[in-house]
Design a protein. Structure first.
Ligand code: DX5
Ligand code: ZN
Length: 221
């Protein structure tokens, strides 16, 4: 499977976001990863649908909205209408509400014609979201605890990546996107890909790069 790189704009200079997005596209990014934080599900607050709406006309790349928010169902409309191409929601945020909330939220995302995905934190077994694999276009396995960029990769997540890819194959979705988010570097990218992940989020690695084009290319090969 071809590897896709999804730089996280969390590491960009927020006062020059438009330029950052254009540069990412020019340097070979495959998706733009947009980290949405609400100050409740995670401590920081980043941005909402308005950011998606404003960067939408600046790039042809798919916008990957990673919602680290409580009560995600209430916000889907705004992100879908703003132009997100894929919206991912956290298992934990949904499980706190009800057993069916995750499935309902994924179905709501799909009803807007937007791709959907479920996210699990490092301490949540991937089996918890097996029941929604058939609905998901992508599964996101966090390799850090959400909230901050620049954290260290948690290597135990690699076993979960293998399980997720094996389960996707088992249910006939061999080419489902499996995304890894947090602490991805040029040093660990090869083992992450070998475990079965094909979408790599990278914030600090890409934004701190001396040569962004070369760094994005290295993360892929
Ligand atoms: C963490 C975010 C990630 C993170 C990636 O809460 O979801 O997207 O910022 O940043 P790096 O690549 O710096 O770990
Ligand atoms: Zn993210």
């Amino acid at each position: 499977m071809q590897t896709k790189i999804a730089p996280s704009i969390l590491s960009a200079d927020f006062s020059a976001m438009g330029e950052a997005v254009k540069k990412l596209e020019k340097c070979g990014a495959d998706l733009i990863h947009c980290d949405v934080m609400d100050g409740t599900f995670v401590e920081p607050i980043t941005f909402g649908g308005q950011m998606i709406k404003n960067i939408r006309p600046l790039t042809k790349l798919p916008l990957d909205a990673h919602l680290m928010i409580a009560h995600p169902k209430t916000q889907i409309k705004f992100f879908a209408e703003a132009g997100a191409d894929i919206i991912t929601v956290h298992y934990k945020a949904c499980a706190e509400i009800s057993e069916t909330y995750l499935k309902e939220t994924l179905e709501l995302i799909k009803s807007y014609g937007v791709k959907c995905g479920a996210v699990v934190n490092p301490d949540v077994p991937v089996e918890k979201i097996y029941d929604v694999f058939p609905l998901c276009d992508m599964v996101l396995l966090m390799s850090v605890y959400p909230g901050y960029g620049g954290q260290k990769f948690i290597p135990e997540v690699l076993e979960k990546v293998k399980k997720a890819r094996a389960y996707a194959i088992k249910i006939g979705k061999a080419d489902m996107d499996i995304e890894i988010d947090g602490g991805v570097t040029e040093e660990n990218a090869a083992q992450i890909r070998a475990a079965g992940a094909n979408v790599l989020v990278a914030g600090s690695t890409v934004f701190k790069a001396q040569n962004m084009t070369a760094t994005i290319a290295n993360l892929k090969k």
